[in-house]
Design a binder for this molecule. Structure first.
Ligand SMILES: Cc1cc2nc3c(=O)[nH]c(=O)nc-3n(C[C@H](O)[C@H](O)[C@H](O)COP(=O)(O)OP(=O)(O)OC[C@H]3O[C@@H](n4cnc5c(N)ncnc54)[C@H](O)[C@@H]3O)c2cc1C
Length: 371
């Protein structure tokens, strides 16, 4: 016996959760997730930072449109600290002054500051590492777990069914609808399938008999260290202008360090590589005088990019009712509120308002035939 829905969303990370929440009021939604926990993969492994001047133009539009949600969330968001302000400081060694100039000229609100000002904020700065610096002041830390849980709660409150431990293994068109069979043997049926499978999105399309669009999951590594003797709660996020390492405060007293690695991978439960951890610490220690006695923990996650690094949201033109919500790269959390609203409007055929201008740029069919 198959269960009938208006829509089956595959993947319950932040992308699938926002779509299910955004469409729950008008559609009977099944939200199908392979793992025991909805945030097990990339959503639970992010750096949790909102940075206005990050990513391609379409991403920046959604990042900007999401800002208001983070600053003034609904009363039932489940935390009183969804956004906690944190500036971003860009350090330019001699070879990276061009990168800093690019950030300042192309970014919104990035200003040059003196190295003395950086030193006042980050006393660990090593003299001689940077020759110039810039600052972006309107960034903030995001409470990703609260955000994700809020959307899952909203989806369920609207009648949506969250099906954990159900990997979609067969996806086929049958009698003008999609039939999805999961790893528990459940058979679901709906006129619309939303592919929000993150690193697996190309794989999910292929299971449905559709061509991939060339998504590339890339590993990024993060390590947590004790920055003693420094008190880092109010430090800005600090990164090189060329984005080859950054640090940000974790849980008020620790630092997260990354070498900004982007190693192409197949989709899987990715683990940190010791060499990447060591590289991140080494690059940071050229800039900051922080002794690292031990790495407290490390993790890695897959940031999945489309061939032009922009988003891939839209209908597949080779099969009716198959909607792509993929390619969120390193920006899937900070864009989530506006992305969810945009996808809901696109699926319903409604006016997406201020995001209308990016729809052509994020059409996944721009890659069709290129892969
Ligand atoms: C180290 C790191 C730092 C980051 N920092 C930031 C940041 O500071 N700010 C920011 O905005 N973003 C950041 N990101 C990126 C952000 O985390 C991602 O863009 C976002 O989480 C992607 O969400 P998703 O729902 O598309 O993917 P996922 O969270 O991976 O969800 C996809 C889900 O689909 C499920 N799935 C796959 N195949 C199937 C199937 N066949 N059947 C059922 N379920 C399936 C998977 O199990 C998975 O749970 C970072 C990422 C990493 C790794």
């Amino acid at each position: 016996m198959s269960q009938g829905f208006d829509m089956i969303v595959i993947g319950a990370g932040i992308a699938g959760a926002t779509v299910a929440a955004g469409l729950g009021a008008t559609h009977k939604v099944a939200l199908v997730e392979a793992e025991e926990q909805a945030g097990y993969h990339t959503t639970g492994r992010s750096a949790a930072i909102w940075v206005r001047n990050y990513g391609p133009a379409d991403v920046r539009v959604l990042t900007g449109l999401s800002r208001e949600f983070f600053l003034n969330p609904p009363a039932d968001i489940g935390t009183d600290r969804l956004a906690v302000g944190r500036a971003i400081v860009y350090l330019a060694p001699p070879a990276q002054t061009g990168a800093l100039d690019g950030l300042i000229s192309q970014g919104l609100g990035i200003e040059e500051i003196s190295l003395a000002q950086v030193k006042a904020m980050v006393p660990a700065l090593i003299e001689g590492y940077a020759v110039r610096a810039g600052i972006e002041t309107d960034g903030f830390d995001m409470d990703v777990a609260a955000l994700h849980q809020f959307y899952l709660r909203r989806a369920r409150a609207a009648g949506g069914q969250l099906m954990l431990r159900n990997r979609a293994g067969r996806i086929a068109r049958k009698n003008s609808a999609w039939e999805v069979e999961t790893s528990t043997g459940a058979i679901l049926c709906a006129p619309i399938v939303v592919n929000a499978a993150g690193a697996w999105a190309d794989e999910v399309a292929q299971i449905a008999g559709l061509a991939p669009i060339g998504l590339v999951p890339c590993r990024r590594t993060a390590a947590i260290i004790d920055p003693a003797p420094y008190q880092v709660e109010h430090w800005p996020m600090v990164q090189s202008a060329a984005h080859d390492w950054y640090i940000r405060t974790e849980a008020r007293t620790r630092l997260m360090v990354t070498p900004c690695d982007e190693t192409p991978m197949y989709p899987h439960d990715v683990q940190p590589d010791e060499l990447d951890v060591a590289t991140g610490i080494d690059r940071m220690q050229k800039a900051l005088n922080i002794p690292v006695r031990r790495v407290e923990r490390a993790w890695a996650g897959l940031r999945t990019f489309s061939p032009d690094r922009s988003l891939a949201f839209g209908w597949d033109n080779a099969a009716p009712g198959f909607f792509w919500c993929a390619g969120q790269g390193g920006y899937g959390i900070q864009t989530a509120p506006a992305a969810g609203a945009l996808v809901a409007a696109m699926v319903k055929g409604e006016d997406p308002g201020p995001a209308t201008g990016i729809i052509a740029a994020i059409d996944p069919m721009r890659f069709r035939g290129r892969v």
